[in-house]
Design a protein around this ligand. Structure first.
Ligand code: COA
Length: 477
């Protein structure tokens, strides 16, 4: 039976008298709507670029044809969140204030920034943590049961999609739409409610999937603590916290456990969004444009994220590092490592964790993950050869890729570092990494879905062309 969201959390609830995210969002809507409508009405015919045949056949590269509100991706400098770099966010966004030595901003702060374009106060960030923890309690029993009935060896991303898609039954948007209660003006409100519930449910869904694949039958390995933040609760329910909340299945020391939670905040804080054209974001937006609810829309995004050229790359990197480490005679034999990379390229395989469709410089998200390692390289990571190899590759692989001459961007992307750090702390189930990515990525595309509904954007329907039309355009037979 559905445990009613409204009974546990109502959007008019205020936490210590702090204005909540929905109230602030509601205040911002008129001004933002007018801004976009103004551009649309006055400049509808302004050209953004030309579409070439290369772009049509080449995965729509360099084809700026989507509207995306919260993030932009510059090929040279990387991701910006409403104009702010990761470095800015690290300085400005509120962190957890619970006496632990956390250095990473709260993903909840980032969600506030994505949704409103404003930096939240510490109280606003804390209130959002509380709101998500309270919303999490309404995860329907039916979904819990469904997850626990799935086979242990079902791909974790398939389990995630099943869990998320099942929530469509309880979607406020879908149910109101089906009963004819919704006018276009009000689409955004129930979309927002669903989106926030989805984000809130993810830690428990993730914890249950992890329990299932590790042979614990889907029973949680820790509890959801409503006085803690979203990332802490992910870690707790993975059994990866040294506290009474969690089973601490890897016997982490207190310091390791604090570092792991910090890693989770860092990872889930920087993976939220990467402008609109990447597969997971685009799929969510596309499917949402047919007026699907957030649960079905984001399930589509998750299906996209599961691909090895997208979210699954982190897992591929870990497999690659472990295999290479088992085959080389010494981690200090640089020539042997370079030769292996060359062989890989000669056999037309990709070096996972390198390259990017838009970026043309090292991924700043990779740099912050590397920074996490650097700060602990003489302590926590001093004996970890996989981590050392990851660092070493980041200095060799770009040169090897450059010499090979095909890749437009020879630099490491974020996936190059992330999985192997999780692996170090005890998350050894490689297929599972993408589920954690899926927790984080929910925030950007779902923010966009809310704004799609606020702006009343239409169904997405590009025009396709066939070979005869291409030939006619080129004047060839
Ligand atoms: C991310 C990625 C899919 C971008 O693809 P893209 O935009 O088509 O990249 P490019 O334009 O640079 O590709 C040009 C060529 O270089 C190759 N290439 C790109 N990255 C490569 C890599 N890491 N290793 C080997 N070859 C690579 C491509 O396969 C392509 O070869 P082809 O012409 O024989 O098909 C690609 O770089 C890749 O496969 N990387 C490895 C997987 C990965 O890390 N994904 C996570 C992304 S965040």
């Amino acid at each position: 039976m559905l445990r009613s969201t409204r009974r546990l959390y109502s959007h008019s609830s205020s936490y210590r008298g702090v204005k909540n995210l929905k109230t602030r969002l509601t205040e911002l809507i008129p001004e933002k709507k007018e801004e976009l409508l103004n551009i649309k009405s006055k400049f509808n015919n302004v050209k953004v670029g030309d579409i070439t045949i290369g772009s049509i056949i080449g995965g729509m590269r360099n084809n700026s044809s989507m509207f995306w509100q919260s993030t932009t991706l510059d090929p040279e400098t990387g991701i910006r969140f409403h104009g702010r770099t990761i470095e800015d966010c690290q300085k400005l966004l509120p962190k957890v204030k619970d006496g632990s030595k956390s250095n990473s901003f709260l993903p909840e702060s980032m969600l506030w920034l994505l949704m409103t374009s404003e930096i939240p106060t510490q109280d606003e960030a804390n209130s959002l943590s509380k709101e998500l923890a309270l919303r999490a309690k309404s995860l329907p029993q039916e979904t819990i049961k469904l997850l626990s009935d799935l086979p242990q060896d079902l791909h974790p991303m398939t389990q995630l999609v099943i869990g998320l898609a099942s929530l469509n039954k309880y979607s406020s948007f879908s149910n109101k739409y089906a009963s004819g209660q919704l006018g276009k003006e009000n689409y955004w409100d129930s979309t927002y409610e669903d989106a926030m519930n989805l984000i809130a449910y993810l830690p428990e869904i993730t914890g249950r999937i992890y329990s299932k694949i590790t042979g614990n039958g889907g029973e949680l390995l820790g509890v959801l603590n409503e006085d803690k933040d979203w990332s802490y609760n992910i870690c707790s329910m993975l059994g990866m916290v040294n506290s009474t909340d969690s089973s601490n299945r890897c016997n982490l020391t207190k310091s390791q456990s604090d570092d792991f939670i910090d890693l989770m905040r860092l990872y889930t804080g920087i993976h939220v969004d990467h402008e609109g054209g990447n597969v997971s974001a685009h799929a969510t937006h596309l499917v949402g444009s047919a007026l699907n609810d957030p649960f079905l829309s984001y399930s589509s995004g998750i299906l996209g994220l599961a691909g090895p050229l997208h979210g699954l790359a982190a897992q591929e990197v870990v497999r690659f590092l472990i295999q290479m480490n088992s085959e080389i005679t010494s981690i200090d034999d640089d020539q042997q490592i370079k030769d292996r990379l060359k062989n890989l390229l000669d056999s037309r395989k990709v070096i996972p964790g390198y390259g990017h469709a838009i970026l043309r410089k090292p991924d700043p998200r990779f740099n912050v993950m590397l920074d996490f390692v650097e700060k602990r390289k003489f302590t926590e990571f001093k004996d970890d050869d996989n981590i050392k190899l990851m660092q070493k590759l980041s200095t060799f692989a770009p040169q090897v890729l450059l010499e090979h001459g095909k890749t437009k961007n020879p630099y490491p992307n974020v996936d190059s570092a992330s999985g192997i750090i999780f692996y170090h702390y005890g998350l050894k189930e490689l297929l599972f990494f993408t589920v954690i990515f899926g927790c984080s990525r929910s925030m950007g595309p779902l923010t966009q879905l809310v704004w799609d509904r606020i702006y009343g954007l239409p169904i997405e329907r590009p025009k396709s062309v066939d070979i005869a039309q291409l030939k006619a355009l080129c004047k060839v037979n």
